[in-house]
Ligand binder design. Structure first.
Ligand SMILES: Cc1ncc(COP(=O)(O)O)c(C=O)c1O
Length: 313
């Protein structure tokens, strides 16, 4: 997906021009993958542009930094403001927002030493992430997800995405829309950039946080919506074969939003169509993000970006 540039990028407290947001090749992050980041959507709702779960994303960024002993010189409130300032300065909605912090230029060597922490926020237009208009055809990857106590998956770190790249590239090479990684015990973990849900015997199941998943903000939103709608929800270890015999399977994520899965390893999930629970949860999720249904959990942060027309859910 080619990147569409916008005018400004926020860097360490100031807006700079998109063209000027350079990084030196000898920066620590380039050599050792020392970055943490977020991916956030700003929607074009019927009431105007609004960022989805901004404080939750920025809190996760602070948590990722904490895990990697990175002292971000900004508070949660300042990071929230940085995102709002960037989105408003660029005047693009809907869009995808990418805050990132990394260890910069100064010393080389694995220990981060006195390298400065650089914080940037950029945003740009972005569309659908997982292809397949009538549900995604996905595979179980031959690559496992990160083993516990190696790379912490609760940190959204740039380096984790080397694993995600292997999963996604293998899936694409073999003609699938996305790949699912198993954890080192062979239990279901998640997609290369999405959490996974399934419906089995009337219950909504998702992998527990011990299965090497990212604690997705969309995952948390779906859990909240499901409980609120009276759907029984369980976070638990999930055997691979439960996916094949499930009634419904779907991905969640900021990029993927709610994406139904049609087949896994060419095995059709039920009749291959999005099931009633997926549809009900997707309707509620897109209802809130489009402003058509009340924002009853206060997930939307309004931003001042001119919105000409409403987005269709
Ligand atoms: C590996 C991985 N899992 C899950 C998710 C979904 O997380 P969220 O809903 O916070 O976007 C993402 C999204 O970035 C991801 O990269």
């Amino acid at each position: 997906m080619p990147l569409q540039s916008t005018k400004h990028i926020w860097h360490n407290g100031k807006l700079i021009r998109w063209e000027d947001a350079h990084v030196h090749v000898m920066s620590h992050v380039i050599h050792y993958g020392s970055s943490i980041f977020e991916g956030i959507r700003c929607y074009k709702t019927e009431q105007g542009a609004a960022i989805f779960r901004l404080p939750d994303h920025m809190q996760r960024m602070l948590d990722s930094a904490k895990i990697y002993r990175m002292d971000l010189p900004y508070t949660l409130e300042q990071l929230n403001e940085a995102v709002v300032e960037t989105v408003e300065a660029n005047g693009v909605a809907p869009c995808y927002v990418r805050p990132i912090a990394f260890r910069g230029y100064g010393e080389l060597g694995v220990h981060p030493g006195k390298n400065p922490i650089e914080v940037y926020v950029g945003n740009f237009p972005w569309g659908k992430y997982v292809s397949g208009d009538h549900g995604a055809d996905v595979c179980i990857s031959s690559w496992n997800r990160l083993a516990p106590n190696t790379m912490p998956t609760l940190a959204k770190a740039g380096a984790n995405y080397m694993n995600s790249q292997l999963i996604r590239m293998e899936a694409f090479t073999n003609g699938y829309d996305e790949g699912i990684g198993l954890d080192v015990n062979g239990l279901v973990s998640e997609g290369s950039g999405e959490n996974l849900f399934l419906v089995y015997k009337g219950q909504l199941l998702t992998s527990y946080l011990g299965s090497s998943v990212l604690a997705g903000i969309t995952r948390a939103s779906i859990l909240t919506l499901a409980r609120d709608m009276g759907i029984s929800v369980v976070e638990q270890p999930i055997p691979r074969e439960l996916l094949y015999i499930a009634d419904e399977v779907f991905f969640t994520g900021t990029a993927a939003e709610v994406t139904p899965i049609r087949s896994i390893d060419r095995i059709l999930i039920k009749d291959g169509h999005a099931g009633p629970v997926t549809k009900q949860l997707a309707a509620e999720f897109f209802g809130i993000t489009s402003g058509k249904r009340p924002d009853r959990f206060e997930w939307l942060t309004p931003v001042k970006v001119a919105v000409e027309e409403a987005v269709n859910a």
